[in-house]
Design a binder for this molecule. Sequence first.
Ligand code: MN
Length: 234
Amino acid sequence: MKKPLIGLIPLVDVERDSYWMMPPYFEALEEAGALPVMLPLTADEGALAQILEMCSGLLFTGGPDADPALYGEEKLPACGLVVPRRDEMELRLFRMALAADKPVLGICRGIQLFNVALGGTLWQDLPSQAPSVIQHEQKPPYDQPAHKVSILPGTPLAALLGRAEANVTSRHHQAIKALAPGLQAMACSPDGLVEAVWMPDKRFVWGVQWHPEHTCKTSEDSRRLFAAFVEQCV
Ligand code: MN
């Protein structure tokens, strides 16, 4: 049986002028029965249409901050590096994926990108704009949980995990500020950040602020999340 092909948004190293990928993204998808491939960095509509046709699902990976101009804000000094070529590719590909109702999973930057694409806004820098006792930028080891999230009842994440709470990793200095219309929250951190979203009218559009790919070896929750995604990628 052929494995579902899942396209990964490439990581971009501007300094080294290179594209790259972190093994845990591949490993998590492979262990869930998929065949992951890294996509080229392109915003060409024809190329993206072909990619969409070829792939059974798309993984929107972690990465740099989205350009605040995309949600109508001036870039603050504490906002990180932006990579406009990635923003352009991902916004276009995400919208095309929605139109085609392709399964998509967004991780870290991914959930933020979905929110921006659908008209929401982001905290450009949590430590300075929304200080909290919760540690959202954990120190290594990155496969250990950093904080809890409460899972909203009635959401597919609650159905998947069968619990009202989960322990998650946390490596982000940005987060959803105003949740976009169209997205619904599935999990929140104790300080009130939306850390997981879904789109009820789509086959599988899920975003998580944490990094389940780092905890597939230790967390059944993480394995279930990837399995749920890959199951929809047929
Ligand atoms: Mn967090």
